[in-house]
Design a protein around this ligand. Structure first.
Ligand code: FAD
Ligand code: DLZ
Ligand code: SF4
Length: 510
């Protein structure tokens, strides 16, 4: 008899480990302490995943399959995936273990040793729920000096014939980024996000999470996420019908009290397997062809999934395990308390942490240009920053989190993923949000105790890292400006930064 192990982020019926399943096989699913606490995941993330796992198990059973499901509070729960597999081997006559390759290097390297540890063959199958295989990405990357997402994306567009007009991109250009930079405007009509009332299974899981993970970050209630494939498809439909048309234009905008904007909020479903990337891309493409959404929106959305999502996965598997240890700027500062408690006078950070705590969600620009920008400018320790991002977001798994944080935000990989650091002063946040209106700092002021800290920290970052960044052609403008500054101005920047970092390191409410 075969044992087919399905992980919490493998909730797809077309999974490679289920390809040839029969009613005689045993499917094993388990809620285990090791996975829920190797970083202390957000309460809402655990509730989402456990509920989605339980619904998926029900679904497989109604297809006539045999599922052994270990709940977290089962007194016999052995606490880790390996120990749960061992317990199944003790109970049943298992001749082979079949599993789809996990999304994290940590687990894959453990699983590669399972066959020896357990004395049963382990068939680790490719995860074919992505549009590019590992080999395709490796071939694309081979011999290239720089791995730029844009070129990978164009190949994917051609290969999968998405938004193409023969050999040419529809609309005559590959990318409409210059149309997707609108700042927040007054009176935007932002539709309500998808909301699904909790059913009995979700309520039971919420009680479990409340009792067992009370020391984890984040609000458990209200809980509105979909936990089934049908629910996730409804959430996708709602996005396509009510948000997609504005997605492009306001992709980078941030508004106080508006966590959802025109984003899709589907990454958590995609990453645990409730949605497939192809169906999301095709749904958006159909909306373009039927005239329901403009090209700048549809192309922008397609690029995120067909381009960025596939590309970061490729970089992760190409570069692991060394990737995790890179620290280009030798950054060592501890993560400040306000990443947990939101107690900071910097309104942009206060808003983004508060929304992250409430929803286990923040949209891309909040993650990149507020939370990430500060981590970069303040030289926060990449390991601590990575752990934070991995645990706070419901869509976070290392294969997608690490390249985004390590590569895109912290430039810790020295430029594998991004051609230059995404560092910005307060002017960027002011342009793309209305956060500065409610801030105790003054974004227009460059120096002094009332000045927006992003202003002087930006220049301090540029100055401090001149030996590492000056040679980067994309940093030329920044260094030209730095070189034109008077000594007095540079001293003011240094003094403000020293004062700010001292207060930050003392745990003061900066
Ligand atoms: P939308 O803005 O509606 O985008 C549509 C989809 O495109 C997303 O659902 C996602 O699947 C995909 N996508 C968009 N940008 C990226 C990207 N840079 N990398 C990979 N996929 C992308 N995404 C995750 O799925 N998990 C993470 O752990 C994660 N961590 C991030 C950490 C940082 C510091 C940054 C800057 C980005 C991170 N992202 C991560 C990418 C992106 O921010 C999220 O995918 C997005 O915010 C999820 O919200 P959404 O579904 O509303 O996305
Ligand atoms: C994230 C997560 C959590 C919180 N809990 C479980 C679990 O109890 N059981 C399980 O099989 N998977 C869980 N996961 C998802 C895994 O951590 C995920 O499969 C790996 O990180 C690989 O991507
Ligand atoms: Fe953030 Fe500076 Fe604006 Fe305050 S003034 S919200 S710290 S960018």
């Amino acid at each position: 008899m075969k044992l087919r192990l399905i992980l919490g982020d493998q909730l797809s019926k077309n999974l490679s480990s289920l390809n040839d399943v029969t009613a005689d096989d045993i499917i094993l699913m388990c809620e285990v302490r090791a996975e829920a606490t190797y970083v202390k995941h957000h309460k809402k993330k655990i509730a989402f995943l456990f509920s989605a796992m339980r619904h998926f198990a029900h679904d497989l059973r109604s297809d006539g399959l045999t599922v052994h499901y270990t709940t977290y509070d089962d007194p016999a729960n052995a606490g880790s995936l390996l120990d749960e597999v061992q317990r199944a081997l003790d109970r049943f006559d298992i001749t082979e273990i079949i599993v789809t390759e996990p999304g994290e290097y940590r687990l894959l390297s453990q699983m590669r040793a399972w066959s020896d540890t357990l004395g049963v063959p382990v068939d680790i199958r490719p995860d074919d729920r992505f549009l590019a295989t590992h080999t395709e990405f490796e071939n694309w990357a081979a011999g290239r000096k720089q791995l730029r997402m844009e070129y990978f994306y164009r190949e994917m567009r051609r290969k999968h014939d998405i938004l193409m007009d023969g050999e040419k991109p529809i609309g005559g250009q590959w990318n409409f980024d210059d149309e997707n930079l609108a700042p927040p405007t007054q009176g935007l009509n932002i539709p309500d996000p998808y909301e699904q009332p909790a059913d009995d299974i979700t309520r039971e899981v919420m009680a479990l999470v409340d009792a067992s993970f009370s020391d984890h970050f984040g609000d458990l209630t209200p809980f509105h996420y979909a936990v089934t494939r049908e629910g996730a498809l409804d959430a996708l439909d709602l996005f396509i019908n009510t948000r997609l048309a504005q997605f492009g234009t306001f992709q980078d905008a941030m508004i106080q009290g508006q966590p959802w904007m025109f984003h899709s909020h589907i990454a958590l479903y995609l990453n645990c397997g409730l949605l497939t990337p192809s169906e999301c891309i095709r749904a958006a493409e159909r909306a373009y062809h039927s005239g329901d959404a403009p090209l700048n929106a549809v192309e922008g959305f397609v690029r995120q999934i067909l381009g960025w999502r596939e590309y970061v996965r490729g970089v992760y598997w190409l570069r692991m395990p060394d990737y995790r240890n890179a620290n280009f700027f030798e950054a060592t500062r501890d993560l400040p308390h306000f990443y947990w408690d939101a107690q900071t006078r910097m309104n942009c950070l206060r808003q983004c942490v508060t929304e992250t705590r409430q929803n286990a969600y923040a949209h891309h620009i909040q993650r990149l240009m507020v939370l990430g920008n500060f981590a970069l400018l303040a030289a926060l320790d990449p390991a601590q920053v990575n752990d934070w991002y991995l645990l706070v977001y419901a869509d976070a798994y290392e294969w997608v989190e690490l390249p985004n944080v390590h590569g895109m935000v912290l430039f810790a990989d020295g430029g594998v993923l991004a051609s230059k650091p995404y560092a910005a002063s307060g002017a960027y946040i002011k342009r793309m949000s209305n956060y500065c209106d409610g801030c105790s700092y003054n974004v227009g002021q460059k120096n002094g105790p009332k000045a927006c800290p992003f202003n002087y920290l930006y220049w301090d970052f540029i100055d401090r890292n001149a030996d590492k960044l000056r040679g980067n052609p994309r940093m030329g403008l920044a260094y030209n400006s730095l070189d034109r500054m008077t000594d007095q101005k540079r001293k003011a920047i240094r003094d403000d930064s020293v004062r700010f970092f001292k207060a930050l390191d003392n745990g003061e409410n900066v």
